[in-house]
Ligand binder design. Structure first.
Ligand code: ADP
Length: 268
């Protein structure tokens, strides 16, 4: 931990001296799924993408979701984040049950309480880095918390890039902007879908360190879908899926141990 308790990107940031600010007290679940089943298709073409999945994501923990291709990772993340509706079962973000929420309430919940970091960055090309970072807050009509925003910008090493448009930034810088956007609103939980999939190994390490430090130092909750054992090695816990079911779990993972489990699951 850096002395000021601020988020630090390791190689990317310049931490400033501020009091530690944590998001919210540890404990409780940031998200949970109970008996989650998702079926695609009908009759002979029926696919159980998720088959009775129950899993909790504790506040202040970094979880990686891994599994062979087609095992249901993306479907699980999309159901947890309210981007897709399960066939049955329930999803909660903190104390809010997602089933039955109106489209409007679901959109508000995603905007106000969930942060996203996607493989493809998903920045708005015509906006500057700063405008991209504050976009969800602006759309919500909220006033940004300047101290928090400054903290995030400085520690992610983006201070001298704020007026640049995405095309003027490297892939790693764009993903750091996306991380800053996710952190800026202090969401209940951040979901990452292969966020390092388009990055070189140095930029990947920077982005993963940012997410790791946001958990360790700020109490952020992060859930990451990845196929990369090195990325999973940054997590506190790895949940393994196969054929739409949770089949294994690893605490305090290392890349080597994750690789071993994956080889086992893929029958290599
Ligand atoms: P993963 O992310 O682990 O690769 P997915 O969650 O994308 O797995 O997919 C799980 C299963 O559900 C796969 O068999 C996939 O083919 C199927 N599936 C996913 N999305 C759809 C869809 N929109 N329509 C039909 N089948 C789907």
């Amino acid at each position: 931990m850096n002395p000021s308790g601020t988020v630090s990107s390791g190689t990317a940031g310049t931490a400033q001296s501020r009091d530690p600010v944590r998001l919210r007290p540890a404990g409780g679940n940031a998200a949970s799924a109970t008996g989650l089943t998702k079926i695609y298709g009908h009759g002979d073409t029926r696919v159980y993408a998720l088959d009775d999945v129950s899993v909790d994501f504790r506040r202040g923990e970094f979880t990686a979701i891994m599994g062979p291709s087609g095992s249901g990772k993306s479907t699980l993340m999309h159901c947890l984040a309210g981007l897709d509706a399960p066939t049955s079962g329930s999803v909660r973000i903190a104390d809010t049950e997602l089933t039955g929420l109106s489209d409007k309430k679901m959109t508000q919940l995603r905007r106000d309480r969930i942060g996203f970091v996607f493989q493809s960055f998903n920045l708005v090309p015509t906006l500057t880095a700063l405008e991209n970072i504050t976009l969800p807050i602006d759309i919500a009509g909220r006033k940004p918390d300047r101290d928090w925003l400054d903290n995030v910008i400085d520690t992610l090493g983006l201070r001298n890039r704020l007026s640049h448009r995405p095309a003027e930034l490297s892939g790693g810088q764009q993903q750091r902007v996306a991380c800053a956007r996710a952190l800026a609103g202090r969401p209940e939980i951040i979901f990452g879908d292969e966020p390092t999939g388009n990055l070189d190994s140095r930029s990947s390490a920077e982005v993963l360190a940012i997410l790791r430090n946001s958990v360790t130092h700020l109490g952020q909750t992060v859930v990451l879908v990845t196929h990369d054992p090195r990325a999973a090695g940054y997590a506190d816990r790895v949940v393994f899926l196969a054929d739409g079911r949770i089949v294994d779990e690893l605490r305090s993972p290392t890349a080597d141990r994750v690789l071993d489990r994956m080889k086992h699951l893929e029958g290599i």
